[in-house]
Design a protein around this ligand. Structure first.
Ligand code: F0G
Length: 355
């Protein structure tokens, strides 16, 4: 069967009428990868069933495609001709791709110098108007919210496709549906993920509540330099190497806190070093390459097990890996040793192998 994308696959669970237009790149249906070697590393006393939901395998390389198929489909139904978003990069690439497919004009505001190369490259390739601002994601989000409000009553409204748009969450909750289906109808005990603008954690909670038999506890990870929800206050100058989640004032803050409370969950801050260590483990122990921010859920789980806050024995944990490693080739190369250089001669290779 050709997987039809998340709207068709889960239409009875989503608020789309049968005749509503669907703009899709056949997103979703991402693998849930069993990770026993990694489980042993982070829970050495055993008993943890660990699964990786590899969202980097979506059409534009991140989970944003689940929400974007819904937001752009809705924008088309409403007759929008232009869409806009602020982004640390992945939302931009996804909006650009789905807008291209729908024939819409697309503007994306990104923080200058703080967007990973693969995201910039993709946004430009899809033909979006990429606007680089000398401010943060939070500044950009303020600007796009205001401009769409100002245009709301005009003949040419602009559709806002950040996750303040409720259709984004409707699409993204299909991630929870898939995990439940892949686990045979059950929710995991723990659902772990990075938290930036807090749309995804809110969407997953909606999805589990709608679809699962049991409910998981949520574990959210924020980068220590950009951890407003953990600190309980806006961070004016967020900083982290995990640029995707370099956010100081999340739009879905309140909803995320409610979801965390309802689930009996935990939100915690992890250092950039811990994020990189989790990122390395994913690639080297299980062969799964993600962008740094995407390793934050694993870093949080590892931390909470080490602190004794989470007892892994007999538990199932799903870690959402939100974006592909090729999104951020710069960090990957910086973090690794330089490649070995040899003369193109067999003896040089022999000498190298002998050490
Ligand atoms: N992981 C990645 C790779 C992301 O790109 C994002 C958010 C998150 C996690 C956090 O998800 O915002 O729903 O809490 N990226 C947004 C963007 C902000 O513009 O691409 P969230």
């Amino acid at each position: 069967m050709n997987w039809p994308g998340v709207i068709e696959a889960y239409r009875p669970y989503l608020p789309f009428d049968a005749d509503a237009p669907v703009v899709t790149l056949n997103e979703g249906n991402t693998p849930l990868i069993h990770a026993p070697r990694l489980a042993e590393q982070i829970a050495p006393r055993g008993g943890l069933q660990l699964y990786l939901k590899y969202e980097g395998l979506n059409p534009t390389g991140s989970f944003k495609d689940r929400g974007m198929t819904a937001a752009i489909s809705r924008a088309v139904q409403e007759g929008a001709e232009t869409v806009i978003c602020a982004s640390t990069g992945n939302t931009a690439a996804s909006a650009a791709a789905y807008a291209a497919r729908a024939g819409l004009r697309c503007l994306v505001l990104v923080p200058q110098g703080k967007i990973a190369l693969g995201k910039l490259a993709a946004s430009l390739a899809y033909g979006a108007e990429v606007i680089s601002i000398d401010g943060s994601f939070d500044d950009g989000l303020r600007m796009v919210r205001e401009i769409t409000e100002r245009r709301a009553d005009s003949r040419r409204p602009i559709a806002l496709v950040n996750s303040v748009n409720p259709w984004r969450l409707e699409g993204q909750k299909t991630g929870a549906f898939e995990i439940v289906d892949q686990l045979g109808g059950q929710a995991p005990d723990w659902h772990c993920l990075p938290v930036g603008n807090a749309g995804n954690i809110s969407a997953y909670w909606l999805g589990y509540k709608q679809y699962a038999k049991g409910l998981p506890r949520l574990l959210g990870g924020q980068a220590a330099g950009a951890a407003p929800i953990v600190l309980g206050r806006v961070v004016e100058k967020p900083e982290t190497l995990a640029t995707a989640i370099r956010i100081g004032n999340p739009a879905r803050w309140r909803q995320a806190v409610e979801a965390l409370d309802e689930s009996g969950g935990i939100i915690t801050a992890v250092s950039d070093e811990d994020i990189l260590e989790a990122w390395r483990l994913l690639a080297r122990v299980e062969g799964v390459f993600v962008e740094p921010a995407s390793a934050t859920g694993l870093a949080a789980l590892r931390q909470q097990i080490a602190l004794g806050e989470i007892d892994p024995a007999g538990r199932t944990a799903v870690v959402v890996l939100t974006g592909h490693g090729l999104k951020d080739p710069g960090t990957a190369v910086e973090q690794a040793a330089a490649p070995i250089t040899l003369k193109a001669e067999i003896e040089a290779l022999e000498r190298y192998l002998r050490g």
